[in-house]
Design a protein around this ligand. Structure first.
Ligand code: UDP
Length: 407
């Protein structure tokens, strides 16, 4: 029975990155055999961090690093506070009361009792589990990996969180422009996608048809698609507005697919609110269905990711991998994936988004050219094996006293 299952090995990436890269990575993994590593975040599904960890933790195991994945448990109160923190780190307001700080720290203290983090390396993702470091004696380096757009964090919140951050041995951010004033060394890793997972695997036209039909999505008109958690930063309202403007010039159908992560209590309300905009040609769905994400990203004439803030935006790389041009908000990590006018378009307003939707739908050749460039970009820069190599480099750079050598 067990033989039926196998996890992806680095050799599986050879067809994308070549044998030399695989050999180099194997060499880098050699001194790390048996290293015990824990990743900690706050949800198993729904959102980019869970998506990344579900592949990265397996790939790390495949090269001999004993890598685990833990989730912090919390009450709705706790997740409501941490979502407010998430928003404030991306530049929103927060009323940071003593009560909020107490709930945040107490829940994480309780988690620390259950988690037994005695690993050689501990990697804490995002602000939710950040205070864990207060409650352990380190046996190896602790790394804070922050995925959010830190270009303009709320100062009061950042000052408070710095009390925890400064205890870490390294901080990983997605972009250099998110760098903060900290003594702790900061390194920069762009996220990446797993081309082998159900969401990104090749699909036949028939399989795509079946999946879309299963969800009642008509394909008689070109599809304009955005796939995102229901979150204001993803600007679903702006997408609907842009679609309505574009529709005056081209016939098309909009599909907004979203999900709600367990650590994001605002999603439900935003979804309910958006439902008021439903029409025959404005389809709004809330489902966790990876094959549907795949089918939509493949069949779409154009994918939007019209975010106002975006740490990275895995959905952009996912669609680009499938040869679909993406119109992205000109913010954060999206700018590192889309080269404007070459492999997609960057936009800063609803009107601009509408104009680009019309242009892409009308021009089949442009669509094809951009799509091909988009796929090449992901092949070169955004596959999981590159991220694995960066982690190996990082692990190899710690000295015995957990100091990070120049990186
Ligand atoms: N996602 C999904 N179903 C949905 C909406 C999103 O599977 O209905 C996935 C999406 O494919 C991507 C991740 O959730 O892999 C979102 O990551 P991203 O970095 O784009 O945004 P985040 O949610 O982390 O802000």
């Amino acid at each position: 029975m067990i033989d039926k299952y196998r996890i992806i090995q680095i050799e599986d990436y050879e067809k994308f990155v070549g044998a030399e890269t695989i050999e180099r990575i194997r060499e880098k993994a050699r001194p790390l055999q048996g290293l015990h590593v824990a990743h900690v975040n706050s949800t198993y599904y729904g959102g980019g961090v869970a998506e990344l960890l579900s592949s990265l933790t397996l790939l790390m195991n495949s090269v001999g690093i004993k890598t685990g994945w833990r989730i912090v448990q919390g009450s709705p109160d706790f997740f409501s506070i941490t979502k407010k923190m998430h928003n404030a780190l991306q530049g929103g307001e927060i009323n940071l009361t003593e009560r909020k700080k107490q709930i945040y720290e107490e829940i994480i203290y309780e988690n620390s009792i259950r988690k037994h983090l005695d690993h050689d390396v501990v990697i804490i993702h995002d602000p939710q589990p950040l205070p864990l470091i207060n409650y352990y004696r380190k046996r190896g380096p602790w790394i804070w990996r922050c995925h959010v757009d830190l270009s303009n964090p709320n100062e009061e919140l950042w000052d408070y969180l710095t009390n925890f951050v400064k205890k870490y041995d390294a901080v990983i951010l997605s972009l250099k422009e998110y760098k903060q004033k900290l003594k702790t060394p900061q390194v920069f890793f762009l996220p990446a996608i797993d081309p082998f997972m159900i969401k990104n695997q090749d699909l036949t036209e028939k399989e795509i048809d079946e999946r879309l039909e299963h969800h009642g999505i008509q394909t008689d008109l070109p599809l304009v698609v955005q796939i995102s958690r229901f979150d204001h930063w993803k600007d679903p309202e702006g997408v609907i507005e842009a679609f309505k403007i574009a529709r005056r010039q081209v016939d098309c159908t909009l599909v907004l697919l979203g999900n709600v992560a367990t650590d994001d209590p605002e999603g439900e309300e935003i979804y309910e609110h958006l439902l008021k905009c439903r029409e025959e040609r404005i389809i709004i769905l809330c489902h966790q269905d990876s094959a549907l994400v795949n089918a939509l990203q493949r069949r779409a004439a154009v994918v939007l990711q019209k975010s106002i803030r975006e740490g990275f935006g895995l959905t952009v790389a996912e669609a680009m991998w499938k040869g679909t041009p993406v119109i992205g908000g000109n913010v954060g990590g999206i700018r590192y994936q889309i080269e404007n006018g070459v492999n997609g378009f960057l936009v800063s307003s609803v009107e601009e988004a509408a104009e680009r939707i019309v242009q892409i739908i009308k021009d089949k050749r442009l669509r094809k050219r951009m799509g091909q460039k988009a796929r090449q970009t992901v092949m070169k820069k955004f596959l999981m094996i590159r991220l694995l190599e960066q982690y190996l480099d990082l692990f190899n750079s710690f000295e015995a006293n957990f100091q990070l050598k120049s990186f």
